[in-house]
Design a protein around this ligand. Structure first.
Ligand code: IPD
Length: 267
C-alpha cells in the first residue's frame, strides 16, 4: 500500500483473459473437427482460416465490452496507433502455432496478454488440445492449470534443450548460423512451431531456453511474463517499437543466460 493506494492485482484482467482463451480454444477445436479452408495473408508463411478470424472476433468483441477504454492489438485486426499507445493495451493471438493447427498437431494455443504502462501485467495461453492453461500475473507468479511453474535447473549448455524459432521474416542463413553456434555449445535443438508455447515451456522447465531473431508481440508477450514470473530471464522485448513491429526474443534460465546471449547475439 502506497500513500493509501493499493497496487493493482490484475486479478480481474487475468480471469477475463483466461476465460476468453478457454472459450476461443473451444471454438478452434470445433472448427478443427468440422474442417476448414486455408488462405494466405501475404506468403506461405502467413496462413489464416475462418477459425483465426472467428476466435479473434470473439476475444476482441468481449474485451471491448468489458474494458471499453483499453487499446487492442490482435494478429488479425489492429486498433488505432493512438489507442495502442494507451496506458492499458490488450494483445491477442487467436492461434499461435497456426501451421500445427492446420495439421491437427496438438501444439498450438490462444494467447492473450495485457500491458499496463509499457509493462506486461497479465498473460494467458491455452492449448485446447491438451487442456493446458498457462497463466501469469506480474508479481503474482506463473501457473499451469493452477500449479506454480518454475524454470529448469539445468546446469550447463551441454545438458540443455533449446528451442530456436524461425519465420520467413528473417533470412534462413541467419537462423542456420545461430543454430550452429547453439549446437557448438552442446545444446539439443528443437523447433515446434509455436513461439507462445515455446516460451511457456521454458517457464515450466520443459525446455531451458527459447530464441528467435524476430517475433511479433502477439506471439510472445504472454509467454515472456510467464518466463519472468517462473524465475527465468528475458531480453527487453518491448524496447523501441517492439509492441507494434516485433523484436528478437531470448528467454532462458538464469544459469544459461550468458551462454545463450553469446550464442544467439540477442541481449
Ligand atoms: C508463428 C509461430 C512460430 C514463430 C513465428 C510466429 P503464428 O506464429 O509462433 O513458432 O516462429 O515467429 O510468427 O503464425 O503461428 O501465429
Amino acid at each position: 500500500m502506497l500513500g493509501g493506494m493499493t497496487a493493482p492485482t490484475f486479478s480481474h484482467e487475468l480471469s477475463v483473459a483466461s476465460a476468453l482463451a478457454r472459450e476461443a480454444g473451444a471454438l478452434l477445436l470445433s472448427h478443427l473437427r468440422a474442417g476448414f479452408t486455408v488462405e494466405h495473408k501475404t506468403s506461405a508463411d502467413d496462413p489464416v482460416t475462418v477459425a483465426d478470424r472467428e476466435a479473434s472476433t470473439l476475444i476482441t468483441t468481449r474485451l471491448a465490452q468489458v474494458f471499453p477504454l483499453d487499446g487492442l492489438l490482435s494478429e488479425e485486426e489492429e486498433d488505432s496507433q493512438d489507442r495502442l499507445s494507451a496506458a492499458r493495451v490488450w494483445i491477442v493471438d487467436p492461434i499461435d502455432g497456426t501451421v500445427n493447427y492446420f495439421y491437427g498437431i496438438p501444439h498450438f494455443c490462444v494467447s492473450i496478454a495485457f500491458v499496463q504502462e509499457g509493462k506486461i501485467a497479465v498473460g494467458a495461453l491455452y492449448n485446447p488440445m491438451l487442456g493446458e492453461m498457462f497463466a501469469a500475473k506480474a508479481g503474482g507468479g506463473a501457473t499451469l492449470n493452477g500449479r506454480p511453474m518454475k524454470v529448469s535447473a539445468t546446469p550447463d549448455m551441454r545438458s540443455a534443450t533449446v528451442e530456436l524459432g524461425w519465420s520467413m521474416r528473417r533470412p534462413m542463413e541467419d537462423y542456420v548460423a545461430m543454430l550452429n553456434r547453439v549446437v557448438k555449445e552442446g545444446a539439443g535443438i528443437r523447433r515446434s512451431g509455436s513461439g507462445a508455447l515455446g516460451l511457456a515451456y521454458v517457464a515450466d522447465g520443459r525446455t531451458d531456453a527459447y530464441a528467435e531473431l524476430h517475433i511479433n508481440s502477439w506471439d510472445c508477450l504472454a509467454g515472456i511474463l510467464m518466463v519472468n514470473e517462473a524465475g527465468g530471464w528475458t531480453n527487453d522485448f518491448l524496447a523501441g517499437d517492439g509492441l507494434t513491429k516485433g523484436n528478437p526474443i531470448l528467454a532462458s534460465t538464469p544459469v544459461l543466460r550468458e551462454a545463450m546471449v553469446k550464442a544467439t547475439g540477442i541481449r
